[in-house]
Design a protein. Structure first.
Length: 194
């Protein structure tokens, strides 16, 4: 009997090694930033929670500004997004996984344009000066690809298309062109999951 107990304790590590318990992927949190925002000179922070191997929710704070954009001049934005994602394959490490989703959020924009006329004082080619600020709500759909490395790093690329509507605009102001605007987003994020 003594030899059996000693053999059991000596062989136990070999049996336990084959039964590694890994954390289910559905319980991961991902913190990431959109590297394309380096152009906009401000970071974007997103936190994503995977509830299952095929569904997650992501919250983002976005902001940035551009100087000297052709036909615009100065453009500044900030806002929040909530995105629901449906993965078309089960989440796993080492494979490229497509997803689609829907999003809703808010956006505050400031647009300043210096007027310009080409061809002399009687020309009709050009645009007028504009100074605009507006707060909008927006929503739409997203499509993307994500990749998880075994070292817990996440790469995520996406395109989002949607519709936005400004709230409380002064329509008598000539700087206000429309209550509606297209909402287009591009993302190339890198993050860490834990």
């Amino acid at each position: 009997m003594k030899a059996l107990v000693i053999s059991f304790f000596c062989l136990m590590p070999f049996f336990l090694y084959g039964q590694e318990i890994s954390e289910p992927f559905g319980s991961k949190w991902i913190v990431k930033t959109n590297v394309l925002n380096l152009v906009a000179k401000r970071p974007t922070i997103s936190i994503e929670k995977n509830f299952t191997k095929s569904f997650s929710l992501e919250g983002s704070f976005v902001h940035g500004h551009f100087n000297y954009i052709p036909f615009v001049g100065y453009y500044e934005y900030n806002g929040y997004l909530l995105k629901a994602k449906k993965y078309h394959m089960e989440l796993d490490y080492g494979i490229l996984i497509p997803y689609s989703g829907i999003y809703a959020g808010s956006l505050h924009r400031t647009i300043e344009t210096a007027g310009e006329v080409w061809g002399g004082p009687v020309s009709v080619i050009g645009w007028r000066a504009r100074k605009f600020q507006g707060h909008s709500i927006r929503g739409g759909g997203s499509f993307g690809l994500t990749y998880f490395t075994k070292s817990q790093i996440n790469f995520d690329g996406q395109i989002s298309l949607g519709y936005g509507r400004y709230l409380n605009l002064d329509l008598s102001d000539p700087n206000t062109y429309s209550k509606d605007h297209p909402d287009v987003q591009f993302g190339a994020s890198i993050g860490y999951c834990f």
